[in-house]
Design a protein around this ligand. Structure first.
Ligand code: PRT
Ligand code: ZN
Length: 226
């Protein structure tokens, strides 16, 4: 992996909810990708592009730090990282090239089915478990709610039953996970889709030209799928 090569570097999720559709999108744009299962980097055979396959959580930082030129990631992960970096005074610039038509979900607050809920003020003094503390904190501030945030990287939906929290703030798509855990959705605090982002200071003429070639193809694929 040569830092100085002028091949365009695109970061995408290695395995998870976004990986298949990210791969399919790039494939539809004409990229011939030779993905060998365990490889971090895949070279595109017919264009000056390398694909980096990483955890979705790493994608915003790779782009904001200029290590990758483009990235495909959920807005939920992007916005959370962005808020955290602003707080830490770390680089957090990027440009959104396209909002994609997959990876749709919402970040919602849920409480136990039997608990009384009467608007955000009901959360005052409560403990809320989430993987998205910065997005949740922003929402609570906007609502003037004082609650304690517990950050969990996984198994958020079991926190209330385990006695770790009164409520959760987690991603929802069908609602089946909430239901299976005896929870009800009470507030949607953020709506997310996958986005294609670019690092802000990209200046290489060949790379910019390549992006200009790719964008109409990406937009055409998005429109065809509508
Ligand atoms: O390993 P890596 O860190 O890369 O992956 P990950 O496990 O962190 O993420 P992954 O693959 O689960 O999700 C990647 C992205 O997909 C998320 O950041 C969202 O942008 C998007 N996405 C879309 C979702 C969902 N829908 C979704 N339903 N991410 C997670 N979920 C989970 C949710 O957390 C809950 O556990 O699915 C469950 C709820 O689903 P329903 O259908 O039961 O409501
Ligand atoms: Zn992740």
């Amino acid at each position: 992996f040569n830092q100085n090569s002028n091949r365009l570097r695109i970061a995408m999720q290695k395995s998870g909810r976004l990986s298949q559709e990210s791969q399919a999108l790039l494939g539809s744009c004409g990229l011939k990708i030779n993905l060998r299962e365990q490889r971090l980097i895949a070279h595109v055979e017919n264009m000056a592009i390398d694909i980096l396959r990483v955890r979705d959580d790493d994608i915003p930082g790779l782009v904001m730090d200029g290590v990758c030129d483009l990235g495909i990631v959920g807005e939920n992960v992007l916005e959370e990282e962005s808020l955290q970096r602003q707080l830490d005074n770390e680089p957090c610039d990027y440009a959104v090239l396209s909002r994609l038509n997959f990876g749709g979900c919402r970040l919602s607050i849920a409480v136990q089915q039997e608990s009384a809920y009467d608007g955000p003020a009901s959360l005052n003094g409560k403990t809320i478990a989430t993987t998205y503390p910065r997005l949740l904190n922003r929402y609570l501030k906007q609502q003037g709610v004082q609650a304690r945030i517990v950050t969990l990287k996984g198994s958020v939906e079991v926190a209330p039953r385990a006695g770790l929290a009164d409520a959760i703030c987690d991603l929802v798509s069908t609602g089946a996970t909430l239901e299976a855990n005896g929870l009800k959705e009470v507030e949607v605090i953020y709506r997310s889709k996958a986005v294609l982002i670019q690092r802000k200071d990209l200046a290489d003429a060949a790379q910019l030209k390549l992006i200009n070639t790719l964008m109409p193809r990406i937009n055409a694929v998005m429109q065809a799928n509508e």
